[in-house]
Design a protein around this ligand. Structure first.
Ligand code: HEM
Length: 147
């Protein structure tokens, strides 16, 4: 298919727009947390994280093997991309654990007491590392199709 003037496999467009949508969902979830909408924040982060690690990342790993050859893809940026993505996934899982550990529910509302500070820091770090992994992915995309 045609994407910004380049011919790409449809799965590549799915990755590109899907990962951008996940970043948008994480940023929206961050804004919701800032506005103390803890319950909606937690549903949105869980959905975004699950879509990323259960759908996008397995498909990307499979695509890396079929399109770029065998691990560790020497001479490409795929290995750093994978390493940063794994770090992001671990940070995300840790943030979720901390969220469940420290959250306080009052009826339909959800709060974090002061001891939940670590959740906020790890969660923010996860969003930053996720964005870096995505940026490396975009560099690979532009180097591959627009050199
Ligand atoms: C990867 C997933 C998650 C990320 C990246 C994340 C990130 C964050 C961040 C950055 C904040 C602080 C926002 C601020 O500066 O005020 C925050 C707050 C919060 N998070 Fe999460 N979070 C995640 C998942 C969860 C989950 C699963 C829960 C609940 C089980 C949760 C519950 C909360 C609550 C209750 C707050 C406080 C909202 C308030 O100030 O009232 N988060 N989160």
């Amino acid at each position: 298919m045609d994407l910004f003037g380049a011919t790409v496999a449809p799965i590549v467009a799915f990755f590109l727009f899907g990962e951008l949508a996940i970043l948008a969902a994480l940023l929206l979830a961050f804004v919701l947390a800032r506005r103390h909408r803890g319950s909606t924040h937690h549903y949105l982060t869980l959905a975004a994280f699950a879509a990323d690690v259960l759908v996008f990342k397995p498909l990307m790993l499979s695509r890396a093997s079929s399109a770029w050859g065998n691990f560790p893809w020497e001479g490409t940026r795929i290995l750093p991309h994978l390493e940063i993505s794994v770090s992001a996934a671990l940070l995300g899982a840790f943030a979720i654990l901390l969220g469940f550990k420290h959250r306080v529910k009052k009826g339909p509302r959800m709060f974090l007491p002061p001891k939940g500070r670590l959740h906020k820091r790890v969660g923010l770090l996860f969003i930053v590392v996720y964005a870096i992994a995505l940026a490396v992915g975009l560099v690979i995309f532009f180097e591959t199709y627009f050199k």
